[in-house]
Design a protein around this ligand. Structure first.
Ligand code: FE2
Length: 386
């Protein structure tokens, strides 16, 4: 995040003595996400973040991809998922590649154990629940329609106020950032960007757990889970500052960019990943040229896989989808409006669509879990009725 944030107590300089009320020293931790030259924050702990009671290898969590799947358009119905697990154990890998993994979850239970993803940044899209993200950086309230961007290495727990909860969990092996073209040379969001700093919500309440109490954290690193047991609560931070922290951004705060004629998908971009983008399709006024065709043209994404998650069922150019559907339009074959969709859209002034899209520059590989959700006739939806 190109923004400086601080919370709690801080000493007046880095790397100086910072004392507890009893005279002991707080422990300083540099929390960086790219060596010593990328974004970083500095945290001050009550305990030593290096002290560990024990650890236990819990095995591989690398998705198993299907290598020999035919090239065709896909439709996955996430409504077929049964409530299962917590916000981590309930994640079902649907597709992935070397840059990003798409997990879907229908969460049934609260998280009992803290989690740390050291493999990559996470972008969670919360479809339908309110709750609190508790982390090293403090508490952050979230609600339906929020993206939660959680930097790698953040120890956190999600608390939901109701169940089940639909979540997309996007794991990015590279950093998730705000698109460069939205920012000036100082990192500040520019006037033409579809959101501003005021829309970014950061942790506001720092709860410092000073007591020594056995606490476990499931750590994902190198595509394995290791259960770490600590003799203290990991959220023992009295203060932190810097440019690395989890944040929330609501899809409902995305201000769509509209035009006289059809605007291409990059106007929907919300976040940037390494070799992929995350976009938000939001309710907006449609193209205002009197003869405008206000839905997408056919496009040959020969170098890009396109995945859309339909937050509602009102997507103008697509037929046969439902709330919670996912479509995958793979590179190599064109896609576009289904027969009749263009004619049906003529004269429309507004769309109520709400969708999350991930476009990748390397092909997604499907998992066997994804095939269990598939509507295998979707590719036929472009056939012209005779
Ligand atoms: Fe498309």
């Amino acid at each position: 995040m190109p923004r400086y944030v601080h919370l709690g107590e801080l000493p007046h300089k880095h790397h100086v003595q910072f004392r507890k009320p009893d005279g002991g020293l707080y422990t300083e931790q540099l929390f960086s996400t790219r060596g010593f030259s990328g974004p970083m924050s500095t945290l001050y702990h009550v305990h030593q973040p290096t002290e560990v009671t024990s650890f236990e290898d819990c095995g591989s969590v690398a998705p198993t991809y299907l290598d020999d799947e035919p090239l065709r358009h896909r439709h996955l119905r996430t409504k077929r998922l049964k409530p299962s697990g917590d916000a981590i154990s309930g994640r079902v890998p649907l597709m992935g590649n070397q840059d990003v993994i798409w997990y879907q979850a229908l969460v049934a239970d609260q998280m009992e154990t803290f989690y740390k993803n050291a493999d990559g940044d996470e972008c969670l899209f919360i479809h339908d629940a309110e709750g609190t993200l508790e982390s090293l950086f403090g508490n952050l309230e979230f609600k339906a329609g929020d993206y939660l961007v959680i930097p790698r290495g953040t120890i956190y727990k999600l608390h939901f106020r109701s169940f089940p909860v639909r979540i997309i969990a996007i794991l990015s092996f590279g950093p998730i950032t705000i698109p460069k073209r939205y920012r000036n040379e100082y990192g500040q969001l520019l006037e033409h960007a579809p959101y501003t700093e005021r829309d970014i919500r950061v942790p506001t309440e720092l709860v410092t757990h000073r007591e020594r109490q056995t606490t476990q954290v499931m750590i994902r690193a190198r595509n394995r889970h290791t259960l770490y047991t600590y003799p203290y609560h990991p959220c023992d931070v009295v203060g932190w500052d810097g440019f690395v922290f989890p944040f929330a951004f609501s899809i409902h705060d995305f201000s769509p960019i509209t035009g006289k004629l059809h605007m291409p998908p990059p106007i929907h971009q919300t976040f940037d990943g390494h070799n992929f983008v995350i976009c938000s399709f939001c309710p907006r006024m449609l193209d205002y040229h009197p003869q405008a065709v206000a839905i997408p043209y056919n496009h040959s994404n020969v170098d890009s896989d396109e995945v859309l998650y339909y937050v509602n069922d009102k997507f103008g150019s697509r037929k046969g989808i439902e709330e919670g559907s996912i479509t995958l339009h793979p590179l190599g074959i064109p896609h576009g409006p289904q027969p009749g969709a263009v004619e049906a859209a003529l004269g429309h002034q507004k769309t109520e669509e709400l969708a999350v899209m991930v476009d990748t520059f390397h092909p997604f590989k499907l998992t066997k879990e994804s095939l269990e959700l598939e509507d295998s006739d979707y590719w036929k939806s472009w056939q012209v009725p005779q």
